[in-house]
Design a protein around this ligand. Structure first.
Ligand code: GSH
Length: 204
């Protein structure tokens, strides 16, 4: 049975590219390119899932969308020795789940809105300040957490680090890690991981 990741360039699907490399299971990656004008995914993805978005994972007859669901699926089915996720009985399990889903939830939303509104003139719009305040709150929540724990779930690397990686990579690209030493230190650790480097080779 072949695991196939349908990967869109410059997208949050890179988290699953990284996670699959950490997992070390045989898989193939099918690449798709965004439309240069609309930035949307090509229609080929619609043939695999009605939302036509990436990441999409195929595992035999199974097609699964949504980053958090894909990560939980991969962990439940393939990380059977709990190398990349804590056991449900572990005290780290709730924190692991929280960050795994924060990566597409409230912590991620302010950064996502910034991308969506990048082409809109927001001068004088009160939403601009509100969004900036939410981005600041998310970044300082991450910074405070990583000042306390070496990894998102706690004392060891897990799939939650892969999922949070996209947001932090985006933030770093915009200079957002200046004055955030704990987040920066976490990011340096991630960049040194062979699987992270493999993700960069695949092409984000
Ligand atoms: N909540 C979904 C979001 C999926 C999503 O919006 N993916 C973007 C890539 S960052 C996409 O495919 N955009 C292209 C499009 O909407 O056509 C997830 O976590 O997988």
């Amino acid at each position: 049975m072949t695991l196939t990741l349908h990967h869109l360039n410059a997208s949050r699907s890179q988290r699953i590219v990284w996670l699959l490399a950490e997992l070390g299971v045989p898989h193939e990656i099918v690449h798709y390119k965004r439309n240069p004008v609309t930035n949307l995914a090509p229609p080929e993805l619609l043939k695999i899932h009605p939302m036509g978005k990436s990441p999409l994972l195929e595992d035999g007859d199974v097609v699964i969308a949504e980053t958090g669901a894909i990560a939980e699926y991969l962990m439940g089915k393939y990380d059977t020795d709990f190398h990349l996720h804590p056991r449900p009985s572990s005290p780290e399990f709730p924190r692991y789940l929280e960050w795994l889903h924060a990566a597409e939830g409230a912590i991620f939303l302010p950064g996502l809105l910034q991308v969506y509104f990048a082409r809109v003139d927001m001068t004088g719009n009160p939403a601009k300040e509100m969004m900036a305040a939410e981005r600041e709150k998310a970044a300082s929540t991450i910074e405070a957490h990583l000042a306390k724990y070496p990894y998102f779930a706690g004392e060891r690397f897990t799939a939650a680090d892969c999922l949070m990686g996209f947001q932090i990579l985006m933030s770093d690209a915009q200079g957002g890690l200046e004055n955030r030493p704990a987040t920066k230190a976490w990011f340096e650790k991630m960049k040194a991981r062979p699987a992270y480097q493999k993700m960069l080779e695949v092409g984000i």
